[in-house]
Design a protein around this ligand. Structure first.
Ligand code: PMV
Length: 333
């Protein structure tokens, strides 16, 4: 068989953080999460099943990959092959329009685009829920990038299961225009992947139990504030979720921040003190993402650019979920 398909997916940033996995197999998150799918960061991935290949091949940004990145891609392809009864290896070619190495949420858009392209290339006419579940098994945050706007992913059940767990849209991108300023700090490759960071936190942090207890409450607060369209309540709860996640990681020696991360956090607090509603969130890297209303985006961007150690500041808006595209990038009906 020689099926091929190309998919495009955007990164997402969580306001209520996923950090920690259920102890049983299947990559089920231990806590619920809520994110916004962003227009600014996009992955495009083409998957071609080709009976003449000896093994799966992965090219990322023009460079052939081996080792762990290729293994993670093959694990997803194996699930697709098993479901579709396909035996052929696949050629996977993927491009990000943002730097992969800097810890800027590449696994979410990457596995979302891969899951959609692989399922279609194998001839599976799956619902978005099934593709989201497939992506989640590789990277839980990727389950959210199948959907647009503000997206929620539940925690996995407490008892071991193999049941599907997909994300869902709570508020479409077109309904609410809240902006996220992506403040890039440094360009070093992150040394601890999010998966390893979570495992180290679970095994070594005296505060992991506290995180598991507080995360669902902060999630409920973020969710309720979103549904009430209460920007300040949403931002305040989101900042708490990020700080609690990082505090639990810190205590296990998992420190993603750099000096400029703290400088930006101070600048965000200073913005608030001046009367501009702005709230910070951080993932498994040094970068800070700052939530602002659209009318404050320009002032906040100028303010953050002036912070020592800050590189690019990218303004992102809500975007739609993943979609199939033709080879030239046009939409497929
Ligand atoms: O999906 P993963 O394994 O890349 O983990 C993502 C973890 C965070 O980005 C830190 C939080 C989140 O909910 O996206």
């Amino acid at each position: 068989m020689n099926g091929t398909a190309t998919a495009l997916a955007h990164a997402n940033i969580a306001f209520s953080k996923y950090w920690g996995k259920r102890a049983y197999v299947g990559n089920y998150p231990a806590v619920p999460s809520l994110s916004l799918t962003l227009d600014a960061m996009t992955t495009r991935t083409r998957v071609t099943f080709d009976g003449s290949l000896d093994g799966d091949r992965l090219t990322l940004g023009g460079a052939a990959q081996s080792g762990r990145p290729l293994e993670r891609v093959s694990a997803l392809l194996d699930r697709v092959r098993a479901a579709a009864g396909v035996r052929a290896a696949a050629d996977v070619v993927s491009h990000n329009d943002f730097p992969t190495a800097g810890g800027l949420a590449s696994s979410a858009s990457g596995f979302a685009a891969l899951a959609l392209a692989a399922a279609r290339a194998a001839g599976l006419d799956w619902s978005v829920e099934r593709v989201s579940d497939l992506a989640r098994r590789s990277s839980a945050s990727a389950a959210r990038s199948l959907y647009g706007g503000f997206v929620e992913l539940d925690a996995g059940p407490e008892q071991p299961t193999d049941a599907p767990l997909a994300a869902r849209t709570l508020v479409p991108a077109t309904d609410l225009d809240w902006r996220l300023l992506v403040v890039a700090i440094g360009d070093a490759k992150k040394d601890v992947s999010s998966s390893d960071g979570m495992i180290r936190t679970a095994e070594g942090s005296p505060y992991y139990a506290a995180w598991l207890e507080v995360a669902p409450r902060l999630h409920a607060e973020v969710r309720a504030a979103l549904l009430a369209r209460d920007f300040e309540r949403f931002g305040a709860a989101a900042e708490k979720s990020a700080l609690a996640m990082h505090a639990s990681a810190f205590a296990a020696g998992v420190v993603y921040w750099q000096a400029a991360t703290l400088e930006v956090l101070a600048a965000v607090r200073a913005l608030r003190a001046r009367g501009t509603a702005a709230f910070a969130t951080m993932d498994a890297g040094p970068h800070v993402k700052v939530l602002v209303r659209p009318e404050d985006a320009a002032v906040a961007t100028a303010w953050l650019r002036a912070v020592p150690g800050v590189g690019r500041v990218l303004e992102a808006r809500g975007a739609d979920g993943a979609r199939l595209v033709d080879a030239e990038g046009g939409a497929v009906a």
